[in-house]
Design a binder for this molecule. Sequence first.
Ligand code: PEP
Length: 248
Amino acid sequence: MRTPLIAGNWKMNGSVERIRAFGDAFAGDCLPAALDVAVIPPFPYLQAAQQSFDGTPLKLGAQTLNPEPAGAHTGEVNAAMLAEFGVTCVLVGHSERRQHYGETDADVSRRAEAALAGGLTPVLCVGETLAQREAGATRDVVLGQVAAVMEPLGASLARHLVIAYEPVWAIGTGLTATPEEAQATMGDIRAWLAGRDAELAQSLRLLYGGSMKADNAAALLAQPDIDGGLVGGASLQIDEFYAICQSA
Ligand code: PEP
């Protein structure tokens, strides 16, 4: 019913050579048909990726966007620019953007709206810090981040989103939420969506992110409300990423 999605966030890593190696490795029908796979490299590699991924099942994503249509925003790129290079999805609200670049829920909401207006799928990243988890605030924090973006959207736009639950304490740390911990929060997200729109809750894809690897992916992806993964470090290695895709 929901096509699984595995998305590899390369963060500030990679090279043209690695892009080409992924294009070669994923050429042909090497992945399950009912699976979406996206690679999300840094901006400078989008053009090489557009060329190298042509004829492969790999879709192309971007790590952020600026919500403004054009103008004096040095260093930024907008949705139309990303679309010109074949980008189909874009991360919004990744915890590293929230933590290190001061993105607020309001900023994330504007980015999601700009992505949708530009025909891109926003992958809305939400998740609690360790302190918030230990304070028992996980549900409130995560649902607050979801609501900030989803509430202003009408149902027809909201159904184009993907939500990635990424506990901040699990990102890049080697600590993974147990399948049960991930399912508990992602079940809360699905229930919140159902409270707004039952059809939306059934169709919207929820990804887990946070030290997903080949050896823990299958157990996470077996949970009823986990429809895929947002993979950081493990998405840089072809064999590891390929194995995660095969688990979906
Ligand atoms: C991420 O950057 O979204 C992520 C989940 O990273 P990692 O898999 O390395 O924890």
